[in-house]
Design a protein around this ligand. Structure first.
Ligand code: HH2
Length: 281
């Protein structure tokens, strides 16, 4: 599928793993507990991530942690728009993490270059937004919906089912006229999956990579890391998160969605140098 991911005016080179820094402009995200609810704080955090080597900033105004309640769309929009506009105006590659077409469309009009939809563009209105702009698209797999998704996730073969879901969603987008070079896929770690399911997806990531699209992996500070390390507080899960990100990169992930940008970038530089790649010092 080529070495670039086409995201609006940006052609992101996939020659090395891209790092996507997470900025949740929410009061209730599991992972950063509301530190970026204030737009000014969110912008300052994003700028620190860019200085730390982030290639993309993913802005989200609705927590999708297990058990979370939906946020009214006007409120979601109010939370994200000023942040998206400010960062995009400064030249950053901004991704909007939303499942709502109105939010996606307003953010793209304000400069967002990527639409990150945890519902895999299952809403036809989201496909309309996607066809009417040139933004990059992240198509994620989720079983169920955030409020209830962790109640009883079930699969016969989680990796085969997730890969098949992503293949079919991508086929729908391409049939709607979307340039395949704009599309990335994501197995949706933690979205309707047990720890065993998540580990299988990470271990067999090559089966998702084989779809031929850039693969985004978001494992940062998630419950899986907490369960493996015994760390209850998401902010303490940095080392486990970096290990998972580095492992995903080695297995072919093209984009790593992380809270701890500087730590992830440093780890990637070291592992790439050991593999004999030329890295900037
Ligand atoms: N994970 C979260 C949110 N959006 N988008 C993609 N593409 N992939 C992911 O794995 C993913 C995502 C959940 O993490 P976070 O944003 O840290 O928390 P919250 O949903 O509580 O805001």
């Amino acid at each position: 599928m080529g070495r670039v991911w086409r995201c609006g005016p940006f052609l992101l080179d996939r020659g090395r793993p891209l790092v996507m820094g997470i900025v949740n402009t929410t009061p209730d995200s599991f992972s950063d507990g509301g530190v970026n609810f204030d737009p000014r704080a969110a912008i300052v955090s994003a700028q620190a991530m860019l200085a730390g080597g982030a290639d993309i900033i993913d802005v989200g105004g609705e927590s999708t942690r297990p058990g979370s309640e939906a946020v009214p769309i006007v409120e979601e929009l109010e939370r994200v728009l000023a942040v998206v506009r400010d960062l995009a105006a400064g030249g950053a590659v901004v991704s909007i993490d939303t499942r709502h077409a109105t939010v996606a469309s307003a953010c793209v009009a304000s400069g967002a270059a990527i639409i990150n939809d945890i519902t895999g563009f299952s809403d036809p209105a989201m496909i309309d937004v996607a066809t009417s702009c040139g933004a990059g698209l992240v198509v994620m797999h989720m079983q169920g919906e955030p409020r209830t998704m962790q109640e009883e996730p079930h699969y016969e073969d989680v990796v085969a089912e997730v890969a098949e879901y992503l293949r079919a969603r991508v086929a729908t987008l391409v049939a709607a006229g979307i340039d395949p070079m704009r599309i990335a896929v994501d197995p949706g770690i933690g979205f309707g999956k047990t720890t065993e399911h998540n580990l299988a997806l990470l271990r067999r990531l090559d089966e998702v990579v084989a779809l031929g699209y850039p693969v985004l992996v978001g494992v940062s500070r998630k419950r899986l890391i907490g369960e493996l390390t015994g760390l209850a507080e998401p902010r303490d899960r940095v080392a486990g998160s970096v290990a998972a990100a580095v492992d995903a990169a080695r297995r072919g992930a093209a984009v790593l969605r992380v809270h701890d940008v500087r730590e992830t970038v440093e780890a990637l530089v070291v592992t790439r140098a050991i593999q004999g790649e030329e890295v900037a010092r």
